[in-house]
Ligand binder design. Structure first.
Ligand SMILES: Nc1ncnc2c1ncn2[C@@H]1O[C@H](COP(=O)(O)OP(=O)(O)OP(=O)(O)O)[C@@H](O)[C@H]1O
Ligand SMILES: [Mg+2]
Length: 248
């Protein structure tokens, strides 16, 4: 968890995070190229982009996990990250994974509450290697939630899950978001997932936010909602994919 990263930039009112001119180079490759982004309090953003476009690199910068970025990053309050693979420590039981690194007096009670919220109370004493994929992801979400983040960074947390478990996880994330109201930045490859969940969908390309779509449909959303159908085509075009799935 990172708290209050400030590298120069002042946060405008109502924002939990802002990056300006964010640049990240690996050798002679510029992966993020003077990228600008502001994240409002309580906003749900989905971030799309081709593989290798720099989505995880942007998340690491926002989480304060990358010291080698150039430019300005400001984050107010606490940040929690859930990664694509749940990254649970195998020699600690689930409840100990949830409280790992959490130094507050009521850590145990907070972990119990977070595990109950993700419906994992019955598995609190289990070893991580005995969990199903969906259970492990829920444990990872509980570990993020217990930190009561103002900014929750989710890096493709559902991509390894089967379709039914994904739908359950979508409902869970929306419920947790509506109760706790963190700002969420969700990286996904799935345009439908982005449209079902987010207020704003961004496309990262050539190191910058190359496209932005606002989604106004009320939740719960259905993928056949005309607004979503139309935005789906717009986003595929922004990703350089034709509706038939071929590259344009
Ligand atoms: N530590 C590193 N050293 C060298 N290159 C790196 C490093 N981390 C990332 N890269 C490169 O930066 C580019 C962006 O990586 P990143 O992981 O941010 O992509 P991504 O958009 O998250 O892709 P994916 O959708 O496949 O997860 C990639 O080409 C990757 O190889
Ligand atoms: Mg990635």
């Amino acid at each position: 968890m990172a708290t209050g990263i400030h590298r120069g930039v002042t946060l405008p009112a109502g924002r939990v995070a802002a990056v300006r001119d964010l640049t990240r180079e690996f050798g002679d490759r510029t992966v993020l190229d003077r990228l600008d982004l502001e994240i409002a309090e309580g906003e749900f953003i989905a971030l799309l982009g081709r593989s290798g476009s720099g989505k995880s690199t942007l998340l690491r910068a926002l989480a304060g996990l990358d010291d080698e970025v150039a430019g300005e990053v400001a984050v107010t309050g606490s940040v929690a990250v859930a990664f694509q693979e749940p990254r649970l420590v195998p020699w600690r039981r689930v409840h100990a994974n949830v409280t790992l690194g959490l130094h507050v007096p009521d850590a145990k009670a907070r972990a119990d509450a977070a595990l109950a919220e993700v419906d994992l109370t019955a598995r609190a004493g289990a070893w991580p290697l005995t969990l199903s994929g969906g259970e492990a992801q829920r444990a990872s979400l509980a570990r993020a939630l217990v930190r009561e983040p103002e900014l929750l960074l989710l890096d493709e947390p559902f991509s390894a899950l089967d379709a039914l478990t994904r739908i359950t996880m979508h409902h869970l994330v929306l419920t947790l978001w509506s109760v706790h109201r963190p700002a969420v930045l969700l990286v996904t490859h799935d345009v439908d997932e982005a449209l079902l969940l987010a207020d704003r969908v961004l496309v990262l390309d050539e190191g910058r936010i190359a496209h932005e779509s606002l989604v106004t449909a009320r939740r719960p959303r259905h993928r056949d909602d005309p607004e979503l159908v139309s935005l789906h085509s717009t986003l595929l075009a922004a990703l350089g994919v034709s509706p038939q799935g071929t590259a344009t």
